[in-house]
Design a protein around this ligand. Structure first.
Ligand code: NAI
Length: 328
């Protein structure tokens, strides 16, 4: 059995929290031989505290052999102390009458504070995934407020978009998801994201040989982009189990490696014209030693380049709106 790792989770009393904690504690995220200590950061209000208490009672009742300890925290510095992994899920949802700018600012304040806390107390090799929306910009704010940590410690979740794209392509081509490879989603986790069918394969053949251009443009790309809203319309609540599952995939592959590309929102190194430091969805190779590399040298058709340019412009706009929350 390995030495336990410390995993901090924010928003543990929320919907995604409820779907993810049991999978972390069961070994789905870090493997069946990896014990964990959980540190759970909630907002300090009676409702959240009570809900978290109930979740912790349930976690205890599972008697997970890998769960070595768990604690509830209200101060991010304590929650992130010595954390090897941090899952930043808790975020401010859009309230009635709230403008987009208000939402960006409310979240910017949260992720500035959490970035500073990670900088102060987390392991120097911490791996951070930001799930709370707008996740690319929130991850950027946290990263900028943690100057003593390498930028590569920070990532945003686009894996749900990749998983949705793979499932949809498998269904359309009447194949299995395991037949789909090299499916990436570029850009911002927003409806304008750019799923890339042109570099993907189905049973080893170019994926775009199996479908029409019309289907790609009119069904595939918009449906992947708007899947979150479709689930809210159908379920009356947002996608929590699939988001949790994607976060499990993201962290699992980052920590342990994967035999296919994985989409991660990571700080750009300037590849493909994406400004350096912008947190952008790229196809990545997770090497298995806790590091990753952005896949280089891919051909992007004009259409895809235009979508990527739109994502860059959207993110530049979001980053400009929260400039006051990052140090110069
Ligand atoms: P939820 O509203 O059910 O739960 C959020 C939890 O976070 C609540 O328990 C709340 O008290 C807590 N929280 C809020 N601010 C906090 C803070 N500063 N520190 C600690 N805890 C805090 O929301 P749900 O469904 O769990 O979603 C969480 C976030 O994930 C949302 O921002 C949602 O938009 C985002 N999301 C992202 C996806 C992605 O693909 N990147 C997919 C689905 C959801």
């Amino acid at each position: 059995m390995k030495e336990p790792v410390r995993v901090a989770v924010t928003g543990p009393a929320g919907n995604i929290g409820y779907a993810i904690l049991f999978r972390i504690a069961s070994g789905a995220m870090f493997g069946p031989d990896q014990p964990v200590h959980l540190s759970l950061l909630e907002r300090p209000n009676p409702r959240s505290s009570a809900a978290l208490k109930g979740v912790m009672m349930e976690l205890a009742d599972c008697a997970f052999p890998l769960l070595k300890s768990m604690r509830a925290e209200q101060d991010p510095r304590e929650a992130f102390r010595d954390a090897d992994y941090a899952l930043l899920i808790g975020a401010r949802p859009r309230g009635p009458g709230m403008e987009r700018a208000d939402l960006l600012e409310a979240n910017a304040a949260i992720f500035r504070e959490q970035g500073r806390a990670l900088n102060e107390t987390a392991s120097r090799n911490v791996k951070v995934i930001v799930v709370g929306n707008p996740c690319n910009t929130n991850a950027w704010i946290a990263m900028k407020n943690a100057p003593d940590l390498a930028p590569e410690c920070f990532s945003a979740m686009l894996r749900l978009d990749q998983n949705r794209a793979m499932a949809m392509l498998a269904e359309k081509t009447r194949t299995d998801v395991t037949d789909i490879r090299h499916m990436a989603v570029w850009g911002n986790h927003s409806p304008s994201m750019a799923p890339d069918i042109w570099n993907a394969t189905v049973k080893g053949e170019p994926a775009d040989n199996f479908v029409t251009d019309q289907w790609i443009r009119e069904e595939f790309i918009p449906t992947v982009g708007k899947r979150g809203s479709a689930i809210i319309a159908a379920r009356g609540a947002s996608s929590a189990a699939s988001a949790a599952s994607a976060a499990v995939d993201h962290m699992h592959d980052w920590a342990l490696g994967a035999d296919d590309w994985v989409t991660m929102g990571v700080p750009s190194d300037g590849s493909y014209g994406v400004p350096e430091g912008m947190i952008f969805g790229f196809p990545c190779i997770a090497k298995g030693d806790g590091t990753y590399e952005i896949v280089k040298g891919l051909t992007l058709n004009e259409e895809q380049q235009a979508r990527i340019a739109k994502n860059i412009a959207d993110l530049e706009e979001e980053m400009a709106a929260v400039k006051a929350f990052v140090p110069d």
